[in-house]
Design a protein. Structure first.
Length: 368
């Protein structure tokens, strides 16, 4: 029986159809309180939790009395602007009763496409987790257009998991998991408890979303599973409409598990190794030894910098003899890196004129 126990960092996706009553447009506050209890119990068991939540547009529709089933882009953006306040307040309130702080994080597809913004998002989420805060992530529907949007939070949850190196994504849904066909139509549909490889046959089992409020159907969940597992995170689909769905999942409730072959760290390092370097950093022997035991590359260990690169670009790392040591994603531009050659951390702000990050290349962004 698969449970949550072995997973350290978990991304939990909550769909609009669970959070908002599709008949009244009101928040399902009793359900949300029960979910908050589940999250608290996971945190007490030393799990790190990130929530990816839909619901802002659904809540905003009710507040603005938008009754049409299909909203224009401008109407959706207006509904999101109103609903985001309600959604953030709801999470703040239910978690505050357990003395847990929530943080709102709004993202768009551009935050992932831009490597600099991707690094900023990753750093912020990691910092919040280190401060024992639960990030509540949602797509910024107020500014997102069709060209720069995810369109559903299943894929957003998978991308967040890959971004922060989570090892599990939980999709709380209005279905138990994956079936060979739509069980509401085909009585002979067979339940699929585990998927070790997402084949064309598995993809063909997906249907369309049945709920007006929800954007994602099984198709988006399969796409999310491919994204997550390729990034080293397993993914599970389970029915979330019951009270305490995470507790039920942890005790063996019906669900479909998509298993990752690599862990997040291995998957990330493989991805970094596949990049084409934009520059080269030559390091001192002492820095080379430090990297071998898992340390980050600091400016003090740098002998020279060559190439034209920006923050977030991949650069080769070479030793003093010119031999390649590895490749990493750099946290400074080439101009900044050259200024910092051989510098101690206490000198960085004085040299650059503004505070910046400690490591030139963080150990998590490096493949040797």
């Amino acid at each position: 029986m698969a449970t949550l126990k072995k997973y350290k960092r978990i991304v939990i996706k909550i769909g609009s159809s669970l959070l908002v009553n599709d008949k009244t447009g009101k928040l399902n506050i009793g359900w949300l309180n029960a979910l908050a209890s589940d999250i608290v119990n996971l945190k007490r068991s030393k799990h790190e939790i990130i929530v990816v939540s839909s619901g802002s547009i659904a809540l905003g529709r009710e507040a603005l009395k938008l009754t049409s089933k299909s909203l224009a882009l401008e109407e959706s953006q207006a509904a999101a602007a109103v609903g985001q306040i309600q959604l953030a307040r709801a999470y703040e309130d239910v978690l505050a009763t357990h003395k847990i702080t929530a943080a709102q994080v709004l993202v768009t597809l551009e935050d992932i496409r831009s490597r600099k913004r991707y690094l900023n998002s990753r750093a912020t989420l990691n910092q919040l987790l280190s401060m024992n805060v639960i990030p509540i992530v949602n797509e910024n529907d107020t500014v997102a257009t069709e060209e720069i949007r995810y369109g559903d939070n299943d894929r957003l949850a998978a991308q967040v998991a890959v971004t922060v190196g989570a090892d599990l994504v939980v999709l709380l849904s209005d279905v138990d998991g994956l079936y060979s066909a739509d069980p509401s139509i085909d009585m002979a549909a067979k339940f699929i408890p585990e998927v070790t490889e997402i084949t064309s046959e598995i993809e063909a089992m997906a249907g369309e979303a049945r709920n007006v409020i929800a954007k994602g159907g099984m198709k988006t969940k399969i796409i999310a599973a491919k994204m997550a597992t390729s990034g080293g995170a397993s993914l599970v689909i389970t029915r979330g409409s019951i009270f305490n769905p995470l507790e039920m999942l942890n005790t063996g409730s019906i669900s479909t598990w998509f298993k990752a072959k690599d862990n997040p760290q291995q998957a990330r390092k493989s991805w970094i190794k596949s990049m084409k370097a934009c520059g080269n950093i030559i390091i001192a022997p002492g820095a080379e030894e430090a990297l071998k035991i898992g340390k980050s590359l600091l400016p003090a260990g740098v002998l020279s910098v060559s190439g034209k690169f920006h923050r977030g670009d991949p650069v080769d790392i070479s030793n003093s003899e010119g031999l390649n040591v590895g490749i990493g994603i750099v946290r400074y531009t080439a101009t900044e890196a050259k200024k910092l050659i051989g510098s101690r951390l206490v000198e960085v702000e004085k040299i650059l004129g503004y505070p910046s990050r400690k490591a030139l290349i963080h150990r998590d962004d490096m493949a040797l």
